[in-house]
Design a protein around this ligand. Sequence first.
Ligand SMILES: [Zn+2]
Length: 378
Amino acid sequence: MAYDLVIKNGTVIDPSQRLHEKRDIAVSGGKIVSVEPSISDNNARDVIEAEGLLVTPGLVDLHVHVWWGVAHLAIEADPHSLARGATTVVDAGSSGANTFAGFKRYVIDHTHARTLAFLHISGMGQLDRDIGELEDIRWARVEPAVETARHFADSIVGIKVRLSEAIVGANDVVALGRAIEAANHIKKPVMIHIGGTRHPLEEIFGKLRPGDIVTHSFTARPPGIITDSGKLLPAALEARKRGVIFDVGHGAGSFGFKVAEQAMEQGFAPATISSDIHVYNLRGPVFDLVTTLSKFLHLGIPLDDVIALATLHPARAIGRLGEFGTLKPGSVADISVLKLQEGPVTFVDAQGDRREGKRRLLPVVTVRAGHRHFAIQA
Ligand SMILES: [Zn+2]
């Protein structure tokens, strides 16, 4: 049989199939055709030799900002996703009901990486760095958000709201209520951004529904999930028990090694790992999703679990597992070929705290719907 592409001799890690072994992968018509111990590449149009490399489902970054030119913090998607190992990115609130149609036409439709979005409950999305999008609560309107999310149901996976006092003033709880109301209408999750909220997290977490997502889970900006005495906030545990998903969303100011270490010592690992890559952290401390994944490898999460947290789990969190986040035959050929590079590496968090690591993940080739994109080394 003639294949469009065969990936040979790589170590395949696909948590959706509990697979971690040497396999070849055949791709035709943009789909994965087979994953077998040995596949002939005799008639293949293209071959990727992956000896010594890891082959995983295309990485999914659940929190990015890619409404370039409109949202103040946004970057272009493809150079920082496909070229860095991610095949799916989820924009977290760069656009709102007032701007989403433009985001769809001028960004989503022209981006090779699969681009999905949490729609901001603020109609303006994240337009400005200094003027918070919900300082004037009139921007938080349920009806246009619901209408937009229904019209663009294929692209919009949920509702975003940022709750820091600098962004929403005293409106955090009201804004969250409206975000949840909109999300109830469309039956999709809310993603909330924590760190620097006026109201305590007990009150905020208490409103979340199963499947809702907390991003910036390991922020060092109080109030956070670790209390002053170093203990995990009981409300965070209760929320997790209820099915709330705690995401990383590293960002420029929202990930502290110490917080993550204290949380993980108390059994509180992230449910998904995302980068929150944007213009203010692109040149460090985030760089890309694989660097964020490498930080969690360093913190002690096993490799297969780290891959699951950026493939299977984010795909499931937005109700798209089966469509992507897996290498099962029949699914779209979104594949990341990664290198686990051994050697000293310094990791830096959002506070400038450092950790000396021993290995890191690097992208080599990314396949999106059967087309290969070479990694640009940062
Ligand atoms: Zn963000």
